[in-house]
Design a protein around this ligand. Structure first.
Ligand SMILES: [Zn+2]
Length: 285
């Protein structure tokens, strides 16, 4: 499922071609995504210029002129593809198409939303009311923002009796982290996923905040990582070769492993909150 780095990769790929152009036409072929697309969705978007493309957690936010914004979530399997010039015939899971025009009478381009499992969503909101929008209002701190420091993270985890793993998965505490990058960050910070959140002091929080930032930035630099189904808006595939340190590697040694795999069994997988957690019991305490 697309996590923060994948969504940020899409944003960075799409922004240069989309911002400054305008939406000439919108075709909604299927409305019943996770939340149904509103009846007036196309009508309200058509004719508006794109002022910016932002991201909040795993939501893409297309800022349009006239104070309107379009919130897009890719769900489990959603992907956006960009096609300059004549688009290919629709495929069964292509649910929405934005026809994008430029001022210089150049070729139209087509931004398509394809989502086989239909867990994604598209909704319109007033730009000035985004911060209080029901989808966004409860989201926690952005891990790539300057304000995400060790001290900030320590204060967010203080007093919490859940495990640090489930605290980091909680979107109201830190926004946009999913299972893969939480496992990876805890590994690089040397913190056990089973540790109680409130026992993360300042020093560990410092390491953890740094690890989260580095793991996310590395994944963005390599173009996102997690989903076979996921494509960059340019239509390019091929960013699932990313190698994780612990995620999905049960039984293997971790990077620069000092533990005796024969004795420890290598990277472990345990169930936490219904998801598999991968970790090294030797390095992570
Ligand atoms: Zn190890």
């Amino acid at each position: 499922m697309p996590e923060l780095p994948e969504v940020e990769t899409v944003r960075r790929g799409l922004a240069p071609v989309l911002v400054g152009r305008w939406i000439a036409r919108v075709k909604v072929r299927r409305r019943d995504l996770r939340r149904p697309i509103a009846r007036d969705f196309a009508r309200r978007l058509e004719g508006r210029r794109v002022l910016g493309l932002d991201r909040r957690s795993k939501y893409l936010i297309v800022r349009l002129e006239g104070g309107l914004s379009c919130i897009i979530h890719l769900g489990m399997s959603g992907r956006l593809t960009w096609c300059a010039g004549t688009p290919p015939p629709f495929e069964i899971h292509d649910h929405v198409e934005f026809e994008i025009a430029a001022d210089d009478a150049g070729k139209r381009a087509y931004l398509r939303y394809c989502d086989p499992r239909r867990f994604g969503l598209m909704a319109l909101a007033e730009t000035t009311e985004l911060a209080s929008h029901p989808l966004l209002v409860e989201l926690g701190v952005e891990p790539l923002d300057g304000g995400f420091t060790g001290a900030k993270l320590a204060s967010l985890l203080a007093g919490r009796k859940t495990t640090v793993k489930s605290a980091l998965m909680d979107q109201r505490i830190v926004a946009g982290l999913g299972n893969i990058y939480v496992c990876e960050s805890l590994f690089w910070a040397g913190i056990s996923p089973k540790r109680t959140a409130r026992t993360i002091g300042n020093r560990r929080a410092q390491r953890l905040a740094g690890a989260i930032r580095r793991v996310l930035e590395d994944a963005i630099a390599s173009g996102g990582a997690s989903l076979r189904d996921h494509r960059q808006p340019s239509g390019e595939l091929g960013y699932f070769q990313h190698r994780f340190a612990v995620y999905g590697r049960v039984g293997e040694p971790c990077p620069d492993c000092v533990c005796a795999v024969v004795k420890t069994g290598g990277i472990r997988r345990i169930g936490q909150g219904g998801r598999g957690t991968f970790y090294c019991s030797t390095k992570q305490r």
